[in-house]
Ligand binder design. Structure first.
Ligand code: ADP
Ligand code: ZN
Length: 712
């Protein structure tokens, strides 16, 4: 069986060996046994049912909660030459009828469908007439009522056990905890399933957490070395999502916003673009998440603190599914804690629930101020033991300095106490530094014993200290008191002199910024001298993806392109050895990629005119200025303007998307063109009015927009 499985792996998927426990799992299911598979995102769960599906005769039925994911999987299988189909609401009656015919004739190997479809009585009896190879239940944690992805329809899937006693079932999830695991077994009737637990470590992700100082600047310096990489930037609020997305566009990064406040079709459009185009940055609230199967997300940046370690792990886990180096980066500050607490306070749920949430937040905060290896701490939280520090997180790489903060901490806590436990950090720091300002005077705080005792430390150092006191649970934010700090029981031993306090020293901002971009290797996938050929390979892939109407990674993942780049195959024989090149793809694409590798001058290496226009539309829609676009596409600004004018004329872009003109200037420009009677004057006539104020290109665009608008 193992031999056959390996052959399918190589012939169909183009891979040489199984990852982790894939081999065992496949063997178990192919031999007719049930399995419960817990594997982290990117671990390679799909192969665990796809290979046995192919090994066993008949139809593999895969239950998945997300339509977007189904389509992606079907497209991927199609490209591999495996007959697959998704049955969902996007099919009309006629299409469904045709699919039923194909299913009956045994022409389909894999069928994806949503749980509510599968459990319809008609569907079940239809399937009972077919030869079923296996049932795969993906995202099996959706059966858990305690999880945040609970889907009631999943509960009914337990019936499969009785209805199809001889068909093996495999349930898969990336949710690790014991409670969910037991729920899956019980509710899906998987008592006889063999359990396959993998490590939840994501070794290719580099973790970095730094204190928030000037978050946008910090984000930019993180992004500086990741130009052209796709990534996700998470923010807590919708407004912040919009602001950060706009800011990144201004700075020349193609970024798109995503949050629940945007119209559904725009959201879908942004998501689709993120999947289909390369190098886009999605700025999003956590509404953007499940169903993001894009394997080459190179980084996940958090501009705000997630509410738990579970959330942090899940969100950062969207980076680097392809196994190539990826970054998880986060800037966090005291303000985040305040915001999250407010959100919790306002959320529904009983006291017990809120207490649980509070504990989860505490664990998250503790990770931020952690002095040991981040990965060790995080895995320990998920009951997994990593014996050695990982060597692949900021703490391991930079080392952490600690200092004895006992005395300043006592002073800080005493400032909290003496001022009545209702002031925020700003005021407390002023008191400690002895600032004689109005607020201090009004409250009479210049009289306090703590007034001015903290002059030995800088403003920023005190703020850091307060943040750390909160993170350690020694002080707390009082929401009723408008976010002032108050003491907790945990700080008593420290105040009584029974306990010392050792704290992490913040690295200096410049140092932190530099090492955060230079220290981790994610973006250095390709070296300088390889860049040109890499881009040529990507351009070819992009063109093929457009032709086949699939995302680029469905043609080949980055890891496969990278291996081509490194191993430089010279003929189809060599090409077949490259991981990820199966028989079907070899036949379809092998030659084209060989040509790019051989010549570098193959026609595909240059962006075709349609490519260029396509790209330009994307960049303009993402809010980049013509100058930035010119930089990105390596062509003249004049060229960009004339293409923009063309695209506006064809109504592929609106003037607002193409250019960001102040309202009054726009009116002035339009008036200049519309002043005369009859036809619009040519640009040369209007130009003297604006000679040095606006580039000619702008005039061309405005004119094109007017023409399009009035269809003159
Ligand atoms: P998951 O569903 O667990 O998040 P996927 O099934 O999407 O993970 O697999 C993640 C990536 O790893 C995919 O690009 C897949 O093709 C690749 N992959 C899976 N198994 C192997 C393997 N044995 N060898 C090489 N690549 C693999
Ligand atoms: Zn580490």
């Amino acid at each position: 069986m193992h031999e056959q499985a390996l052959r399918v792996l190589k012939d169909v998927f183009g891979y040489d060996s199984f990852r982790g426990r894939q081999g065992e799992i496949i063997e178990r299911v192919a031999n007719g046994g049930d399995a419960l598979v817990l594997m982290p995102t990117g671990g390679g769960k799909s192969l665990c049912y796809q290979v046995p599906g192919l090994l066993r005769g008949g139809l593999a039925v895969i239950v998945s909660p997300l339509i977007a994911l189904m389509d992606d999987q079907v497209a991927t299988l199609d490209e591999l030459g495996v007959a697959a189909a998704a049955l969902n609401s996007t099919l009309d009656a006629e299409q469904q009828r045709q699919l039923a015919v194909r299913l009956r004739q045994g022409e389909v190997k894999m069928l994806y469908l949503a749980p509510e479809r599968l459990v319809q009585p008609r569907m079940l009896s239809f399937l009972q007439q077919l030869d079923i190879a296996l049932f795969a239940i993906d995202e099996a944690h959706c059966v858990s009522q305690w999880g945040h992805d609970f889907r009631p329809e999943y509960l009914e899937l337990g019936r499969l056990a009785e209805l199809f006693p001889d068909v093996p079932r495999i349930a898969l999830t990336a949710t690790a905890d014991k409670r969910t695991r037991e729920e899956i077994v019980n509710r899906l009737h998987l008592h006889d399933a063999e359990r396959f637990l993998s490590s939840f470590d994501r070794p290719n992700i580099f973790y970095r957490i730094l204190p928030k100082e000037q978050p946008r600047k910090q984000l930019l310096s993180f992004l500086a070395q990741r130009k052209g990489d796709a990534g996700i930037v998470y923010c807590l609020s919708r407004k912040k999502v919009d602001d950060v997305a706009a800011f990144l566009c201004e700075q020349g990064y193609p970024a798109l916003p995503y949050h629940a406040g945007l119209p559904a079709d725009l959201r879908a459009f942004h998501q689709k673009r993120f999947l289909n185009e390369e190098g886009l940055i999605m700025v999003a609230t956590i509404a953007f998440g499940m169903g993001i199967d894009k394997p080459n997300v190179r980084f996940v940046a958090h501009m705000d603190l997630p509410k738990s370690l579970e959330a942090y792990y899940q969100e950062t886990g969207r980076a680097g599914r392809d196994g190539l180096p990826a970054d998880a980066w986060m800037a966090y500050g005291l303000q985040d804690v305040l915001m999250l607490k407010q959100m919790m306070q306002n959320s529904e749920g009983d006291e017990r629930h809120k207490r649980v949430e509070q504990h989860k937040l505490d664990a998250m905060l503790a990770l931020c101020e952690e002095t040991r290896c981040r990965r060790q701490v995080m895995l320990a939280y998920f009951d997994e033991d990593l014996p050695q520090p990982c060597g692949h997180c900021d703490n391991c790489i930079d080392g952490v300095q600690t200092w004895n903060a006992t005395e300043p901490a006592r002073q800080a806590l005493s400032a909290v106490y003496r001022t009545g436990q209702r002031y925020g950090v700003g005021h407390l720091v002023d008191v400690l530094l002895g600032k004689d300002n109005e607020k201090v005077r009004q409250a009479g705080h210049q009289q306090l014993a703590v007034f001015g005792v903290g002059k030995g430390m800088a403003d920023g150092e005190w703020r850091t200290l307060f943040r750390q006191l909160v993170a350690r649970g020694l002080a707390d934010i009082d929401l009723e008191g408008f976010g002032g700090l108050r003491l907790t029981d945990a700080c008593r031993p420290l105040l009584r002199g029974e306990q010392e306090l050792e704290l992490r020293r913040d690295t200096k901002p410049q140092v932190a910024a530099r090492s955060s971009s230079g220290g981790s290797p994610a973006s250095q996938l390709v070296r300088g001298e390889e860049r040109e050929q890499w881009e040529a390979l990507r351009a070819l892939r992009r063109r093929l993806a457009e032709e086949h109407k699939v995302p680029p990674y469905v043609i080949f993942p980055d890891s496969t392109l990278l291996e081509m780049l490194r191993s430089q195959p010279r003929d189809l024989g060599d090409m077949a050895q490259v991981s990820g090149v199966g028989a079907r793809k070899l036949e379809r694409y092998g030659q084209a990629f060989l040509e790019v590798l051989a010549g570098g001058e193959a026609p595909a290496a240059q962006a075709s005119p349609t490519d260029l226009r396509h790209e330009l539309v994307s960049l303009a829609r993402a809010g980049m200025t013509p100058a930035q676009i010119a930089g990105q596409l390596k062509c003249s600004e004049k060229n960009v303007y004339s293409l923009l004018a063309e695209l506006i004329g064809e109504q592929q872009l609106s003037l607002e998307q193409a250019l960001d003109l102040p309202e009054d200037l726009l009116m002035e420009l339009q008036d200049a063109f519309l002043d005369g009677e009859g036809e619009l004057p040519p640009v040369s006539e209007v130009q003297p009015l604006f000679a040095s104020r606006v580039p000619d290109g702008v005039l061309h665009c405005v004119r094109a927009a007017l023409l399009a608008e009035f269809e003159l």
